[in-house]
Structure formats: structure tokens, C-alpha cells
Design a protein around this ligand. Structure first.
Ligand SMILES: Cc1cc2nc3c(=O)[nH]c(=O)nc-3n(C[C@H](O)[C@H](O)[C@H](O)COP(=O)(O)OP(=O)(O)OC[C@H]3O[C@@H](n4cnc5c(N)ncnc54)[C@H](O)[C@@H]3O)c2cc1C
Length: 248
């Protein structure tokens, strides 16, 4: 590397000495959230394209359609399954990105220092999830868009291969998703001896009371939430070393 000619460039110390790594993480957090948002954006765009295509393309006969008539592909259960998967994943991604961004604002501007500290911890925990999960799902959703288009999805002029290609880099830059996973497990799950993640799980579990008020219609969602929380609880439980601040 060459830093300037004729004697080199002048370097200026920004902030305090030996705090560079900590400052770098401020920039990295913004970059990681932005890349998570990129995964969401590509997923949303590809969902809109796939939905529109599915309401214009006729192919085959859907269950219950009159004999001799072609159906729009959106009438086929498998196409609906793909579109609903794309939509539900995209909405979950959007919520993760929003609560993380809200947490950043609260961590900086809330008048109560305890809330600021709690929100800083929440953001630290969520950042590798926002980056890693939203970009993995960006690849999944843009791939599903290609599938909804069928053969046309493989053709450049349909536009959907571009979304898939653009999504594919998001799992690699600003720290590969393997590195995000290591950050989550090695540094973030151990925050406050595991209390940060335990409290987050309790907040999520409290949603069950609202769902219960919704009656039987929401029973399926309650049971899925309960299963997911059970899995999350057992996979985020710390071993002895982690509880005492040593990475796995
Ligand atoms: C299109 C594009 C744009 C980019 N833009 C920029 C930019 O603007 N600025 C910039 O600074 N960089 C940029 N990069 C670089 C990018 O951040 C790196 O490519 C990325 O961080 C991965 O590093 P690497 O390529 O050295 O892969 P490697 O670090 O060699 O990783 C290869 C594999 O090994 C795994 N791995 C690596 N270390 C570990 C470990 N300790 N434990 C477990 N697994 C591990 C990785 O997860 C990955 O699966 C860009 C890259 C691309 C492709």
C-alpha cells in the first residue's frame, strides 16, 4: 500500500489512542444494519415482481377451475405457497430491521440513561441477526421469485435474476454470515452473563398473552411461537465458560 508520495501522507489521530477498534464497531454496526436492509429491499422488490407476474401469467388449470380454461399461476396452491413464504419472510425481515433501527435511536436519544444502556445492549444483540438472517433470507426470497417466474425467471430480461445476484453478495460483505454467527454466539449471547438474551426471550414470550386474547383463530400462531421460543431458549443457553465471559 502507498500512503501519499514525496515523504508520505500525514496521519491524524481521531478520538482517543487505542480506541480505534471500538470506533470501528460504530461504523460496522451501521454498515451491517444497512446490508441487512439491502437483503430486505431486494426481497421486497422481488416479491412485488413475482406477485405481479403471477397475476398476469396463464398456465395449467388450478383445482376447481372450469375444464378447458387456463388459470393464472397465482391460482395454483404451490405458487401461493411460494408467494406467502416470500411475503411472511419479508415482513419478518422488515420488523427486525425496524426494531434494530429504533433501538439505535433510543440508545442515543432516550432521556433515561438506563433505557439508553438497555437499548445499546439490545442493538448489540440484534445487529448480527439483522445482518445475517435478513441477508440469508434475501437470497432465499429472491431465489423463490425466480421459481415463481418458472423458465422466464432464468432469463435476464425478466429482471429477477438481477435481484438474486445482488442478494448473493450481501451474505459475504461487511463480515460473512459465518462471522456474524461467531459474533452472536461468541460475544453477544454472553452479554451480562446471558441476561440480555434471556430478557429478550421473556419479552417475546409475553406476546403470547396478546395472542391468547385473540381466541382460537390465533391458536396455530401461539403454538408456532411456543415451539420457536423453546428452540431459541435451548440454542442460546450458555455453557459454564460463556457465563463467565469466555468465548466458546
Ligand atoms: C462485491 C464486493 C464488494 C466489497 N466491498 C468492500 C468494501 O467496500 N470495503 C471493504 O473493506 N471490503 C469490501 N469487500 C470485501 C469483503 O468484505 C470480504 O470479501 C469479506 O469480508 C470476506 O472476506 P474474504 O473475501 O477475505 O473471505 P475469507 O475471510 O477468506 O472467508 C472465506 C470463508 O471462510 C470463512 N471464515 C473466515 N474466517 C473465519 C473464521 N475465523 N472462522 C470461521 N470461518 C471463517 C468465511 O465465513 C467464508 O465462508 C467487498 C467484497 C465484494 C465481493
Amino acid at each position: 500500500m502507498s500512503y501519499g508520495e514525496n515523504g508520505g501522507a500525514v496521519g491524524y489521530l481521531i478520538g482517543e489512542e487505542n480506541q480505534g477498534m471500538r470506533y470501528m464497531f460504530t461504523m460496522m454496526n451501521n454498515a451491517r444494519l444497512s446490508v441487512g436492509l439491502e437483503g430486505l429491499s431486494l426481497a421486497e422488490r422481488s416479491y412485488q415482481d413475482a406477485f405481479t407476474y403471477a397475476t398476469e401469467r396463464n398456465q395449467g388449470r388450478a383445482p376447481g377451475a372450469p375444464a378447458g380454461e387456463q388459470s393464472l399461476i397465482i391460482e395454483h396452491p404451490d405458487v401461493r405457497r411460494m408467494l406467502l413464504t416470500m411475503r411472511s419472510l419479508t415482513e419478518a425481515m422488515r420488523n427486525i430491521v425496524y426494531v434494530t433501527a429504533e433501538g439505535i435511536d433510543l440508545s442515543r436519544h432516550h432521556p433515561d440513561p438506563e433505557v439508553r444502556a438497555a437499548q445499546t445492549e439490545f442493538v448489540d444483540l440484534l445487529i448480527p441477526v439483522a445482518k445475517g438472517w435478513c441477508t440469508d433470507m434475501g437470497v432465499e426470497v429472491t431465489s423463490l421469485a425466480i421459481q415463481v417466474y418458472g423458465g422466464m425467471g432464468f432469463i435476464e430480461e425478466s429482471g429477477v435474476p438481477q435481484h438474486y445476484r445482488d442478494a448473493r453478495i450481501t451474505t459475504i460483505y461487511e463480515g460473512t454470515n459465518g462471522i456474524q454467527a461467531m459474533d452472536l454466539v461468541g460475544r453477544k449471547l454472553g452479554l451480562r452473563g446471558g441476561a440480555a438474551v434471556t430478557e429478550l426471550l421473556a419479552t417475546m414470550a409475553a406476546v403470547d398473552a396478546d395472542l391468547a386474547a385473540g381466541g382460537d383463530d390465533l391458536a396455530g400462531i401461539r403454538s408456532a411461537l411456543s415451539d420457536a421460543l423453546g428452540t431459541l431458549g435451548s440454542t442460546t443457553e450458555l455453557d459454564h465458560d460463556q457465563r463467565h465471559g469466555r468465548p466458546p
